[in-house]
Design a protein around this ligand. Structure first.
Ligand SMILES: *Cc1c(COP(=O)(O)O)cnc(C)c1O
Length: 366
């Protein structure tokens, strides 16, 4: 029933001028500019999901007692829409994001948004804001769906009223200055997620607890944090908002290894795509545990030839150096690896419609 909701449209009377849009799209940055509209859909126990709207981008009105502000019931997603060579607009694997959004909702005791509603919210927003989808390689429209508990009740229980919100932001490269190997900070002091916790859900609270380590990373000249498992403080989990891959050896015999889904790391859509693309290249792909010691020892011996991180925002990014309180690990002399760059090229080519989409990953939305 709820999956066939129709959206009411309220046009923004003060949209950006064509010159303003052109100026933003020439140099969008990441997460700086929103489009003219947003989507909201409300949930309450009596009506389920209802009142779907596309409306002018504007601040949300919330009670200061809204449960999200106190107990942190907030989840989000991140996916991109790409301008295709024929002028249409296509999203990369939105069905996977819809499923993960539902899984995150379930973990946080929030109502699941039906996948059809998630997908139609993307289409509805881009129908009004299509002029914000940039052209040109490396550029896309970043779509950020989120859900918050809005019920004003300070009793600690799951909320009863929720708001789904979708905003869109034109984006260029996540890292300024192109694809350069990043230097990451291995946090030994803090953990991101624990077994049976919320690590595999894309929830806001997972990030709040990491910002202090992120600040430490910056103090140590690092742009990202590498997380170890919470129990043994031994196994590499992931990096800030990206999953990690390790390449052993080179050429056709190279082995690609990524930490297995431990339950406390986030199952990335990009991670899944890279596993499949690497396998199609004939490479041996393993999902298994990787320890920080293995990283250090195999980097030193030369067996470990490349490390990269991947996620929707940063696509595929080489990791050159990892620093921690007990020293530094440098892989491949701190240079980007050739397989890293090849996997990146192939993924971007599919997303931008330059190479055929044999997996059926692209979903036309405009
Ligand atoms: C979103 C996210 C990722 C990457 O997931 P993608 O679906 O590839 O964008 C990895 N780790 C964390 C903690 C994340 O929040």
């Amino acid at each position: 029933m709820t999956s066939t909701l129709s959206f009411r449209r309220y046009l923004n009377p003060r949209v950006a001028t064509p010159a303003q849009v052109a100026e933003v799209l020439a140099n969008p940055g990441f997460g700086k500019h929103t489009t003219d509209h947003m989507v909201t859909i409300s949930f309450d126990p009596e009506n389920g999901w209802h009142d779907a709207q596309v409306r002018p981008f504007a601040p949300l009105a919330l009670s200061p007692c809204a449960s999200v502000l106190h107990y942190g019931q907030a989840i989000f997603e991140g996916l991109k829409a790409f301008r295709q060579p024929d002028g249409s607009v296509a999203c990369f694997r939105p069905d996977a994001n819809a499923r993960r959004f539902a899984a995150s909702a379930a973990r946080l005791a929030m109502p699941e948004l039906p996948a059809e509603l998630f997908l139609s919210s993307l289409t509805e927003l881009v129908a009004l804001d299509e002029r914000w989808v940039p052209e040109g390689t490396g550029k896309s429209l970043y779509l950020r769906p989120l859900m918050i508990a809005t019920s004003a009740d300070l009793v600690v229980t799951a909320g009863t009223r929720y708001e789904y919100v979708l905003v869109a932001l034109p984006t260029g490269s996540y890292f300024t200055g192109g694809v350069k190997p990043i230097t990451a900070w291995l946090s030994r002091e803090y953990v991101r997620a624990s077994p049976d916790g919320t690590g595999s859900a894309k929830c806001a609270a997972n990030y709040a607890g990491t910002l202090l380590a992120q600040a430490q990373a910056a103090e140590n000249g690092c742009s990202q944090v590498v997380w170890l498992d919470a129990v043994d403080r031994h196994w590499v989990e992931e990096m800030t908002s990206m999953n990690l891959f390790f390449v052993f050896g080179s050429g056709p015999g190279a082995r690609v290894v990524t930490p297995e889904l431990s339950g406390s790391l986030l199952p990335g859509v990009t991670r899944d795509a890279i596993i499949r693309i690497a396998a199609e290249l004939g490479l041996d792909v393993e999902e298994r545990r990787v320890s920080a010691d293995e990283w250090r020892d195999t980097a030193a011996s030369g067996a470990l030839t490349e490390v990269f991180a991947c996620g929707t925002a940063a696509v595929v990014t080489p990791v050159g150096t990892v620093k921690s309180a007990d020293g530094e690990i440098v892989v491949n002399g701190g240079r980007p690896g050739s397989l890293t760059m090849e996997l990146r090229r192939r993924l971007v080519a599919i997303q931008e419609g330059v190479e055929p989409d044999v997996h059926g990953w692209m979903h036309t939305i405009a």
